[in-house]
Design a binder for this molecule. Sequence first.
Ligand SMILES: C[S@@+](CC[C@H](N)C(=O)[O-])C[C@H]1O[C@@H](n2cnc3c(N)ncnc32)[C@H](O)[C@@H]1O
Length: 160
Amino acid sequence: MGNTDLQGRSVIELGAGTGLLGIVATLLGAHVTLTDRETALEFLKSNVQANLPPDLQTRAAVKELTWGRNLGNFSPGKFDFILGADIIYLEDTFVDLLQTLEHLCSERTVILLSCRIRYERDQNFLEMLKGRFSVHEVYYDPSKDVRIFKAQRSVRKEEF
Ligand SMILES: C[S@@+](CC[C@H](N)C(=O)[O-])C[C@H]1O[C@@H](n2cnc3c(N)ncnc32)[C@H](O)[C@@H]1O
C-alpha cells in the first residue's frame, strides 16, 4: 500500500476472497470491513480468525456484500478507503460493482483497485469507472503486469 497511512482509517474491502488485503490493512492499523458474496464468507471468516491476533480481530469485521444488493446495509460515506484486489473480471457484475462503488463513496473516499487487464472487457470497466470517478493509475508492476488504479468522486461543475 506504498506510503498510504491507514492508521485509524475506515476501510472496506470488496470481493475479499481469502481476505489477504483486508488482513494486511488491519495489521497496518485500519478498521476494516472485509466483504464478499455469501458463499465466500465462511472461508473468509476462518482466514481472518487464523491470521489476525485476537486483540486485532475487533478491528476486522466480515460481512456479506454482493455487489448491487442490499446496499442500504452499508452507510454511504462511512469509509475513508474502498479496496479491491482482482475484482474486475466478471462482465456481468460491472454495472453492480460500479453502483456499489458509487453508493459507498463520498467526496473524501479513496478507491484503490488492483488488477491485471487481461481482456478488452476489463478495459471497458475502467472506462465505465472513468465516467463516474476521477481515475489515475498510481502503480504498475511490470513483472506481474498488475496495475493499481486510484479513483475518487469527480467534482461536477455545478457543485462549485
Ligand atoms: C478473483 S477473486 C479475488 C479475491 C481477492 N480479492 C484476491 O485478490 O485474492 C474475486 C472475488 O470477487 C468476489 N465476487 C465476485 N462477484 C461478486 C459479486 N457479485 N459480489 C461480491 N463479490 C463478488 C468473489 O467471490 C471473489 O472472492
